[in-house]
Design a protein around this ligand. Structure first.
Ligand SMILES: Cc1cc2nc3c(=O)[nH]c(=O)nc-3n(C[C@H](O)[C@H](O)[C@H](O)COP(=O)(O)OP(=O)(O)OC[C@H]3O[C@@H](n4cnc5c(N)ncnc54)[C@H](O)[C@@H]3O)c2cc1C
Length: 356
């Protein structure tokens, strides 16, 4: 095998397509049973239609040139985040208040959700080149020309080059990397994984009934449990949905998942009336429970939006044979979808730049 890419999230799949386009032979190995990493969708079980995003939702193509370019390459379209009407403001007075809240300039949603990026990239990479349920436990040198990628089952895959497309803290704490200098391991451990401690709630409805009442679907709350809510309906209003970020800390969510669901329904009732209390479906996606994304280091302290990390994370290691490609390693939009696309592409080009 020429190049093994560890991790089938957005960065890893972007690297794979870029390498394949240049004629390289790649194999992507993914620990999880499904691909996509932090990009995940709630799907209709029979038709597989994407109903809602359980990971990221927004892109800003007007301000993100790499996102704009990859949307074009992959033939994907965007639409505006719905924000017409009043928001509901909670916790700033004795009762909920209504007022318009300005949207962000250029904020957009991808038709089909960010999962459309994953599905389109994965189709191009090809099923035969992606192995799921294949957790990597370490990378070691196997002479001057080869690397050994160790799999949990005991299998070893030999590669000339490896791209590590795994959250940096997860890689530093779960993989044996005997060749990695302390400064690199410190930089990896020092890089929080963006949104890894967060949880997202999605409520699906028959119709976006809040729009009839002149409400935008937005909530800003000081009391929670959802601290922000947004209209999450499809491009033509179907499927109708709201999503919110959960304000309860990870431990409280873990201790009382049923209490959280009830508190969310109570809050939706208070903000949007009776119809909101009986969604067709309410799904809480808790990323703090996903050990492919979060580590104890992330859980020990809430992270701000990531700064640009150490340049060591963007350099080649082991004589140009190992590169990192995960969103947080990027010097452009680290932590975001744009960072993942930029870093996947950059790592692939670096690998191509050094002879195989
Ligand atoms: C709730 C939430 C909301 C977000 N909202 C936004 C948003 O609105 N806009 C935006 O731009 N960004 C947002 N983000 C961030 C965005 O999702 C990430 O930047 C992007 O998905 C990162 O992709 P990645 O490929 O770099 O990493 P990941 O998606 O983390 O992919 C890493 C992959 O490595 C795999 N892996 C881990 N360990 C191993 C191992 N040992 N062996 C093999 N594989 C392994 C994982 O399973 C995973 O598939 C959000 C994230 C979350 C969680």
């Amino acid at each position: 095998m020429d190049i093994v890419i560890i991790g089938a999230g957005l960065s890893g799949l972007t690297a794979a397509v870029t390498l394949q386009n240049a004629g390289a032979c790649v194999q992507v190995v993914e620990a999880d049973a499904q691909i996509g990493g932090r990009i995940r969708a709630l799907r209709q079980p029979v038709t597989n239609r994407v109903l809602a995003d359980l990971g990221p939702t927004w892109v800003w193509p007007k301000h993100q040139p790499v996102v704009a370019r990859w949307l074009e390459i992959l033939g994907l379209k965007t639409f505006e985040q719905f924000n017409q009407g009043d928001a509901v403001i909670l916790g700033y007075g004795p009762t909920p208040q209504r007022q318009p809240l300005p949207g962000q300039d250029g904020i957009a949603r991808i038709v089909g959700g960010p999962t459309a990026l994953i599905d389109t990239l994965a189709r191009r990479v090809g099923d035969a080149n992606i192995r799921t349920s294949t957790p990597v436990t370490g990378i070691s040198e196997d002479g001057p020309k080869h690397l050994s990628v160790h799999i949990g089952s005991g299998e070893i895959i030999t590669a000339q080059k490896v791209i590590v497309s795994v959250p940096l803290r997860v890689a530093a704490t779960t993989m044996l990397l005997p060749w990695a200098p302390k400064a690199l391991l410190d930089a990896m451990r020092g890089t929080p994984t963006w949104m890894s401690t967060h949880a997202k709630a999605v409520a699906l409805y028959e119709r976006p009934f809040w729009r009839d009442a002149g409400l935008s679907g937005r909530v800003a709350s000081r009391i929670g449990p959802l601290v922000e809510v947004h209209d999450h309906s499809g491009v033509d209003g179907t499927p109708a949905a709201l999503f919110g970020f959960v304000g309860w800390p990870p431990q409280q969510r873990r201790n009382d998942p049923e209490g959280l669901r009830q508190a969310i329904l109570d809050q939706l009732l208070e903000c949007f009336g009776k119809a909101a209390a009986s969604p067709l479906e309410l799904v809480v996606q808790d990323w703090a429970l996903n050990l492919r994304t979060v580590t104890n280091l992330d859980l020990s302290r809430d992270a701000d939006h990531p700064d640009v990390g150490a340049s060591l994370l963007r350099q080649a290691h082991l004589d140009g044979r190992v590169q990192f490609a995960v969103s947080e390693a990027s010097d452009l939009s680290p932590g975001l979808i744009e960072g993942a696309l930029a870093m996947g592409e950059r790592a692939a080009l670096e690998v191509l730049g050094t002879s195989l």
